[in-house]
Design a protein around this ligand. Structure first.
Ligand SMILES: [Zn+2]
Length: 131
């Protein structure tokens, strides 16, 4: 699969996210190699090379302290959130992440991001119909 068609796939799956991260055209600025970025509707986008996963926030029913899966800080219920990630058509993973994404990513550093990406990727391409 060429780089171009992978990017097209991402645009199809996550049009808003892809536009935000990759720009509107194939000749736009280089995309980030690794990162976690807030996108629309409270979701987060994890990018690793050509791969992109979207984290959808959930509302857990309990009020226990949470352990961030990225920076590994223990957070209160108001400082972190559960996210669901589709890794295949009918397979999901759940991660806990701080709400302050930028500070969390800074605490975690590249090592933390790489570890998180290793838990999420590779994801099987899924179409919007299968979600
Ligand atoms: Zn964190």
């Amino acid at each position: 699969m060429s780089d171009h068609s992978e990017r097209d796939l991402l645009r199809e799956l996550f049009p808003d996210t892809a536009r935000e991260l990759f720009g509107d055209g194939p000749s736009s600025a280089p995309r980030p190699a690794l990162g976690l970025y807030p996108v629309a509707d409270g979701r987060l986008a994890l990018v690793s090379g050509d791969q992109l996963a979207e984290f959808t926030p959930l509302d857990p029913k309990f009020k226990a302290a949470l352990h961030c899966d990225l920076c590994h800080y223990t957070r209160s219920r108001t400082e972190a959130a559960f996210y669901r990630v589709y890794v295949a058509a009918r397979r999901t993973r759940y991660v806990t992440l701080c709400l302050g994404t930028e500070a969390c990513v800074q605490r975690a550093g590249t090592t933390g991001l790489t570890t998180l990406a290793g838990r999420i990727f590779p994801i099987e391409p899924i179409t919007a119909d299968e979600r």
